[in-house]
Write a protein that binds this ligand. Structure first.
Ligand code: 5RP
Length: 234
């Protein structure tokens, strides 16, 4: 199976979390990216099972609406049954790097509200150690250079993602070469730099379930069953 087929397979598998007995007023959180797009398209087939969705980006909101799925503002909603999103990297603790699509801030906010966070990814995203994928950091435009200098002092090599403006009107630095030993500590440390809006580490709130598309089928991983084995990720 090629990468696109693996993405479709995990998106289809995630439909199992949109159960027929979901409350009719349930609202679902939806991520951003090519894997999330596969999920949105699949979700259309079960749209009578829930009331609507909160999207982590304008582009996902538009795609949801194109399928006749109602999109709500997060301010109108007090709980989300589930949040489904892709990732750029996932480790065995289900800590993630996200933000390849520049939607990291809204993704992190929506994920923080959800009862269950389901990450959907093809097997290329599974890593022993986070950080080969450059860490996206959303910054307030006037603070871009000062934040970049601080990230350099932390051992990173930040590169300005030119031409990209987030849905929040901000800019993105992609930080190469970070040595991510303690993802929780690093997530907090980068968030504490004035001018940083969010960084793409999802370690304080990791995924609860990782649906990983492999050549041997979709693996459903939780922290318990990814950590049970030595050596291989799964
Ligand atoms: C967007 C994201 C995406 O989830 C991440 O980039 C993975 O994207 P894709 O499913 O296209 O590989 O974090 O900000």
């Amino acid at each position: 199976m090629d990468q696109q087929a693996l993405k479709q397979a995990v998106a289809d598998a995630a439909l199992a979390f949109i159960k027929p007995d979901l409350k009719a007023d349930a609202i679902i959180g939806i991520g951003t990216g090519s894997t999330a797009n596969c999920f949105i398209d699949a979700l259309a087939s079960v749209k009578e099972r829930f009331r609507g969705a909160v999207a982590s980006s304008d582009v996902s909101a538009e795609r949801l609406r194109s399928h006749g799925i109602d999109v709500f503002e997060l301010n109108e909603v007090d709980k989300l049954t589930v949040y489904v999103d892709g990732a750029d990297e996932a480790n065995r603790k289900l800590q993630l790097i996200k933000g390849g699509g520049a939607a990291l801030t809204r993704e992190k906010i929506v994920a923080s509200v959800a009862k269950t966070f389901i990450c959907i990814a093809d097997e290329s995203k599974a890593v022993q150690k986070l950080g080969a994928f450059p860490l996206p950091v959303e910054v307030i435009p006037m603070a871009r250079s000062v934040v970049a200098r601080k990230l350099q002092k932390m051992g990173g090599n930040p590169v300005y993602r030119e031409g990209v403006v987030t849905d929040n009107g901000n800019q993105v630095l992609d930080v190469f070469d970070l040595d991510i030993q303690d993802a929780v500590a690093l997530e907090k440390e980068i968030n504490n730099i004035p001018g940083v809006v969010t960084n793409g580490l999802f370690a304080l709130r990791p995924a609860d379930v990782l649906l990983l598309g492999t050549q041997n089928g979709v693996k459903q991983l939780t922290v318990i069953n990814t950590m049970a084995e030595d050596g291989e990720f799964y």
